[in-house]
Ligand binder design. Sequence first.
Ligand code: 5AD
Ligand code: SF4
Length: 421
Amino acid sequence: MNLADSSTLASSLITRGYRRVADEKDADLIVLNTCSVREKAESRVFGRLGEIYKYKREKPYMKIAVVRCMAQRLADELIKKVPHVDYVLGTDRLFELPDAIEGIEGTSSVMTAFGHENIDMIEPVKESPYSGFVTISRGCDNFCTYCIVPYVRGKERSHSDDYIVDAVKKMVDEGVVEATLLGQNVNSYKFGDTDFPKLLSRVSKESGIKRLRYMTSHPKDLSKRLVDVMAEDPTIMPHIHLPVQAGSNRVLQKMGRIYTVEHYLKIIEYIKKNLPYVVLTTDIIVGYPTETEEEYEATLKVVSEVQYDSAFMFRYSVRPGTEAAKFIDDVPEEDKIRRLNKLIKMQQKISYDQNQREVNQVRFSLIEGYSKRNPEKMRARTDGNKTVLFEAQGLDEGSIVPVKILAADAFTLHGEIVKPN
Ligand code: 5AD
Ligand code: SF4
């Protein structure tokens, strides 16, 4: 989502006559599009601001802007902490950056009030000539107790289904073959009587896109009908990212996640039964306030039962202003680290095993370019969203080719192009 917003902001600056430079030290304006979801994301931004300061010392006319979530959360405090920051533009205000720079009336250097964004004015932008992101809804109304997103991204608001279909159609006309629909919780998408399964079908049938993806799902809202729509439609890629967060009902309840482990596992069972080639991924937090060893073990049990293809795993970090920030962060840091490391190790083994299941299968894969480490090989993304490398040269980026998987490690598949007979 941040990548999509960065591209949109870049294109709105370019339309106003700004130019992108290859090297940041040549820039007269540097924009940091920020994330607040974990403490680490924020400390990295402070680190980057420190690095950028050395350019500004040499050319004091240089402008530095911090936009989106961290700007929203910290507002004036950010400039107090880092005085060389010139603009702080929150969630709904980021696209006013050119106005603020040019001193247009009504703008100022710190803008964070919500309700200023006309969401249908935001033009979706291509990630590359062949793939694009379309944000279908912004914000989140779920208020999971650990999460800063609803505070910094505001209330959930959906784009109209017509806007989304048109946006994907436009990308297709420009050569895009794969589109990803984005939202904090796509399953709660609602516009008039169009819900998410209906939207997905419409985009697939009416836009002419070859491959369609979406993210992220919330287990409380993922319906059987969505799985049925995916099962019937080969344009919708067989990948579901379904954050479980924790494996014990008490912790899930304290997290405000609304579902139980049993409900979650039932959905997984339905998905696996109806989408035999599905790739399942998840997000997990360990060391949530009051999480006991047994409750942590319950998370490991779910991970072992589901057999995810991969997972994003985090140790809990306090986000000031959230409900969970009122709880005592009582799991010692060394326990959090130990729990996380053990989980990562376990998941790596499962990822390895899951990837072995791909061996000897043929996966239609979208060519993205060359392998970074080995330019003899080309890199593509399978329908299930895994990276596959194969020996080839000069194939067109953005073409979809059948690749037979020959071997796999925990992170990457290795294969060969299937030649037509
Ligand atoms: N601490 C650790 N992880 C968090 N996430 C969200 N908030 C926190 C937090 N306070 C994780 C969740 C979410 C992912 C995007 O980030 O797992 O799904
Ligand atoms: Fe955060 Fe929960 Fe909303 Fe996801 S669903 S963005 S975890 S509040």
